[in-house]
Design a protein around this ligand. Structure first.
Ligand code: CP
Ligand code: NVA
Length: 337
């Protein structure tokens, strides 16, 4: 665990540098190892020097279309955009999917005339990719069936605050290997870190995500493991992470999933197998009593609200990069950078 504020190897933006490295954030793979590192560095700057960025996106506007409920993602994008001097508009799409009323390409060609960026929360991952294909403005994945990249950036930023060297720690992800787990695997791969994903049979990570993570890991020295053995996965881990057993849209499967996932509950007995300094992580919302017990999530080793806070800082960094902000002057160095 960190004993003091670590020095970041942050690549400081220089005055006049246009912070645009990629058009969209649909997958962590869009950033790659260098992009993920730079995004975490920028998150650190934004978190420690918020006043420096208060007008960075003045005059810019984003729109959020959400087909599923949200507390954290919606509010952290809206508050984050406001904190950068920009404006956001929210469209509740929980009653009709995007593309039901008109073609996604037609929506994209309207939006690009009015606003500077689009945040989507969708059932189908292809809704996000199709919007990005047609829109001439940045598209950010605010959770799809396949990935939750903004969550993983905030989570690995949280890990940088708790541990000195991400290359030396191992995160054990326990539960359903879908959107959150996929983005964590790709982020671990980009950062040269170690992750073990433990799932019941039938809930393994997507094969393409796994092969992409392994390809990146071959380049960065990361370790990506997948197993059904939950105890072996948690044994000695520096961080234990879980997510709901039935994701949004899978509510009808909840009863059956409870039986399948029961051995994967993060309770005091399972958590005791982790390293003595291990922290507990969860993207939230938590289904207490299912994937995690109150004793673990409410313990002093739980960092779930740090993760939630860091969603806003990480997404500010994402918006600064994608919306093409310029750093007008170099932020003064703080103790953190
Ligand atoms: N973790 C997360 O994305 O939370 P919300 O579903 O509340 O946005
Ligand atoms: N896997 C969960 C994540 C919620 C943030 C879901 O898709 O509902």
């Amino acid at each position: 665990m960190k004993t003091q504020t670590a020095k970041s190897s942050a690549v400081m933006p220089v005055p006049g540098e246009k912070l645009q490295w990629c058009k969209d954030l649909i997958s962590i793979g869009d950033l790659g190892p260098e992009g993920v590192k730079r995004m975490l560095d920028l998150t650190m700057l934004v978190k420690t020097r918020p006043a420096e960025f208060r007008q960075s996106l003045a005059g810019k506007q984003i729109v959020l279309f959400f087909e599923k409920p949200s507390l954290r993602t919606r509010l952290t994008f809206e508050a984050g955009m406001n904190g950068l001097g920009g404006t956001s508009f929210f469209f509740d799409q929980t009653n009709s999917r995007l593309g039901a009323r008109e073609k996604l390409s037609d929506i994209a060609h309207n939006l690009e005339r009015w606003v500077d960026g689009i945040v989507l929360r969708t059932f189908e991952h292809t809704t996000v990719t199709e919007m990005a294909e047609h829109a001439g403005i940045p598209v950010i994945n605010g959770l799809s069936s396949l990935e939750h990249p903004c969550q993983a950036l905030a989570d690995y930023f949280t890990l940088t605050e708790k541990f000195d060297d991400l290359k030396k720690i191992r995160l054990a992800y326990v539960g359903d290997a879908n959107n959150v787990a996929h983005s964590l695997m790709l982020t671990a791969a980009c950062l040269g870190s170690r992750i073990t994903v433990a799932t019941p049979n039938g809930y393994k990570p997507d094969a393409h995500i796994l092969s992409t993570a392994l390809e990146i890991a071959a380049e960065t020295g990361a370790s990506i493991e997948v197993t059904h053995d939950v105890r072996a996965a948690v044994k000695g881990a520096d961080a234990v992470y879980t997510d709901v057993w039935a994701s949004m849209g899978q509510e009808s499967e909840a009863v059956n999933r409870k039986k399948t996932f029961a051995p994967y509950q993060v309770n005091e007995e399972l958590f005791a197998h982790a390293a003595p300094h291990a922290i507990f992580m969860h993207c939230l919302p938590a289904h207490r009593g299912d994937e995690v017990t109150d004793e673990v999530i409410d313990s002093s080793r739980s960092v779930v609200f740090d993760q939630a806070e860091n969603r806003m800082h990480a997404q500010k960094a994402v918006m600064l990069v994608l919306l093409g902000s310029e750093i007008k002057r170099l932020p003064q160095r703080s103790a953190h950078v």
